[in-house]
Design a protein around this ligand. Structure first.
Ligand SMILES: Nc1ncnc2c1ncn2[C@@H]1O[C@H](COP(=O)(O)OP(=O)(O)OP(=O)(O)O)[C@@H](O)[C@H]1O
Length: 248
């Protein structure tokens, strides 16, 4: 199996405090990896280091064998790492379809006549994303008028349209209804295999639905890694969550 992301001894030192420390893990191409850990474990910071938002003070990140450690954020994004934030970066004044067209073109200003100049492959990709996200009924709706869930799916769809190969999702179900959470799980499960997905999430019902291999962080370090069932039974993991109510 080819590695999509290779993280080797990664660390960031914030004035003597290592939020991520000696972190090592390999995420295979097409894998869906869930990152768990109590509050403050370093999960978001790990994503910041992978995406270039925060500079590492030690260690390496390789993307399909290419060293992307401490490269500028836009360069890492262009190399194929897409990040979805809790506040979506969609164009609120454009329709759903226009947002997808912008994502395919990488060029916000040319959206007006884009359909005409779009390649068959691009059009196909947009159609696939519409099918995946179930946004077909709201293609003409302004993104700003979408429901919370729809907006999250649009942003995820935009990452796929712009051909992100590795997708980082930080608490993708935050603020979602149960129905929206369930649909998000379905979308993520459909992406598995064609995309490499890293998910940080606290909603354990959602995690149990999607998780295969899980990485648990604690105090910036790797605490445990393996199948969800093994992780849930691991005494060290239970101890790490003590005081925060356990894996819930
Ligand atoms: N820029 C920074 N400077 C100093 N400390 C920071 C900085 N960014 C994060 N931290 C600290 O690093 C630790 C890890 O934070 P991080 O947000 O990565 O944890 P997390 O596992 O994502 O937690 P949560 O589940 O609560 O979101 C925290 O103690 C946080 O306060």
């Amino acid at each position: 199996m080819k590695a999509a992301l290779t993280i080797e001894g990664l660390e960031v030192d914030f004035g003597g405090f290592k939020a991520v420390d000696s972190m090592t893990t390999v995420i295979d191409d097409g894998e869906l990896r869930v990152i768990l850990g109590p509050n403050g474990a370093g999960k978001t910071t790990l994503m910041d280091l992978i995406s270039g938002k925060t500079a590492a003070t030690g260690g390496k990140v390789h993307l399909f064998g290419r060293d992307i450690t401490n490269r500028p954020e836009h360069e890492i994004a262009r190399a194929g790492v897409g990040r979805k934030f809790q506040i979506p970066s969609v164009f609120r004044d454009l329709s759903v379809l226009q947002n997808l067209e912008v994502a395919v073109s990488h060029e916000p200003r040319v959206f007006r006549n884009l359909r005409l100049g779009m390649s068959r492959a691009d059009r196909k990709r947009i159609d696939e994303v519409i099918d995946l996200t179930g946004l077909g009924a709201v293609l003409d709706t302004l993104a700003g008028d979408l429901s919370h869930g729809q907006m999250q799916w649009l942003e995820l769809g935009m990452l796929i349209t712009q051909q992100s190969k590795v997708i980082l999702l930080d608490e993708p179900t935050a603020g979602m209804t149960q129905g929206e959470t369930s649909k998000t799980a379905d979308i993520i499960l459909r992406l598995k295999g064609t995309h490499t997905i890293l998910v940080v999430e606290h909603d354990m019902a959602f995690v149990r639905k999607i998780a295969e291999k899980v990485t648990v962080m604690h105090l910036g370090k790797l605490l445990a890694e393996g199948p969800m069932q093994t992780i849930e039974a691991d005494p060290a993991v239970r101890d790490a969550y003590l005081g925060s109510g356990g894996l819930h």
